[in-house]
Design a binder for this molecule. Structure first.
Ligand SMILES: Cc1cc2nc3c(=O)[nH]c(=O)nc-3n(C[C@H](O)[C@H](O)[C@H](O)COP(=O)(O)OP(=O)(O)OC[C@H]3O[C@@H](n4cnc5c(N)ncnc54)[C@H](O)[C@@H]3O)c2cc1C
Length: 350
């Protein structure tokens, strides 16, 4: 019997496991393995300023080993609809996402029982809490816990099982890694309303060139391939394919899409819908919601669900305000106006 069971040790779950008070008996289950093998979260691995700020709060310093080459200061933004290209200054840290996750996991204190390579298969409400069953290799384990925390990302089993009515807009995100064959490394951001009403990106990382995008599920692979062809026509080079990865990415569109949980169950990070609907940046919200929940649980309040909803209200409003602001990025005539005007853009001198 545990006090708290955390499902998923991405940035959200690993941060919560690190910050919970020593007095709790905590189980933390994650399907990742501890080395290079096994599940890797498909991600651009760019640590945005909001995420840097969230980390700075803990006085943590990022190990060099987690960084990749090169660090880039501008994003080339391409609008296929109008043919306009602009560059915008951005302050991302270019990371190896898997190493970043393992580093956050390595900070979890030893009193937490971490179950690596553990795939949670069921979460059920019982009289005194929750029963969580998971597979580790061929062995099945079941534990019980007073509180359960879904930190299991976009495809959250916890959200699906406990709150089946809390559906949220999602896209299929496809990323392909190529050997780098462009003359210079760069980041890009692509708007192409013919293929997606979200956006696509490219990132140079340690000698690889990554192209990815978020697409409506229907014909997602065809849309992805069409975009690649279009980019090739305008001179972007794709070397030898190294790997292809795909997963869901959430894109909240209504205030009710954020789900904090009920009845001593909680959702943090992307499982709760905490991701920017405009940029799909989710690492900062994962860290912030984990910190918020740790404060609530550590305080011993009698109604932690109510307290967690209250403490995350500001973040929910902030993320929802991005839905309201996103027409400037996603409505072609407004985007044309912003890009044509050159507001905020930089001129590249080569
Ligand atoms: C292609 C792509 C690119 C992205 N690029 C960026 C970016 O550059 N910067 C950024 O800030 N955000 C980016 N995001 C969003 C970001 O990756 C997520 O929002 C962020 O990782 C959410 O963190 P999390 O801890 O909530 O969930 P996750 O990072 O998804 O972690 C969930 C964890 O749960 C575990 N898990 C899931 N299901 C189970 C189960 N059944 N049993 C056991 N364990 C389980 C997984 O192993 C995983 O470790 C991107 C998303 C995608 C899809």
């Amino acid at each position: 019997m545990y006090d708290i069971a955390i499902i998923g040790l991405g940035p959200a779950g690993a941060t919560l496991a690190r910050l919970l008070d020593k007095r709790f008996k905590v189980a933390a289950i994650d399907k990742k393995q501890n080395g290079a093998k096994g599940f890797h979260k498909p991600c651009g691995g760019l640590l945005a300023t909001d995420a840097q700020k969230a980390l700075s709060r803990f006085d943590l310093t990022l190990p060099k080993d987690v960084l990749v080459d090169p660090q880039i200061f501008a994003v080339r933004t391409l609008d296929f609809h109008t043919g306009i290209t602009r560059h915008y200054q951005r302050f991302y840290i270019n990371l190896d996402r898997h190493k970043f996750d393992l580093w956050l996991k390595s900070l979890i204190p030893h009193q937490v029982d971490v179950f690596d390579d553990g795939q949670v298969t069921s979460v059920e409400r019982k009289k005194d809490g929750y029963e969580v069953c998971f597979k580790q290799g061929d062995t099945e384990h079941c534990i019980t816990a007073t509180y359960v925390v879904g930190a299991d990302g976009a495809h959250s089993l916890v959200r699906k099982l406990l709150y089946p009515n809390k559906k949220i807009r999602s896209y299929v995100s496809i990323q392909q890694w190529f050997s780098e064959s462009n003359p210079k490394p760069f980041y890009s951001c692509v708007f192409d309303p013919e293929n997606t009403d979200c956006y696509s990106w490219s990132i140079s990382k340690d000698g690889s060139f990554i192209f990815g995008g978020a697409y409506p599920a229907e014909n997602c692979r065809i849309r992805f391939e069409r975009q690649k062809e279009h980019l090739q026509q305008i001179g972007i080079r794709f070397g030898k394919v190294q790997k292809t990865e795909a997963c869901l990415v959430l894109r909240p569109s209504k205030f009710s899409d954020f789900c904090c949980g009920f009845d001593n169950a909680f959702l943090i990070g992307e499982a709760g819908g905490f991701i920017s609907p405009s940029s799909l940046e989710g690492i900062s919200s994962a860290i912030i919601t984990a910190y918020d929940l740790s404060r609530v649980l550590n305080s011993g309040t009698s109604n932690p669900n109510k307290a967690y909803r209250k403490i995350t209200f500001g973040l929910r409003v902030k993320l929802f305000s991005k839905v309201l602001k996103s027409p400037f990025m996603y409505f072609p005539p407004l985007r044309y106006f912003v890009m044509k005007s050159g507001i905020d853009s930089i001129r590249i001198v080569s």
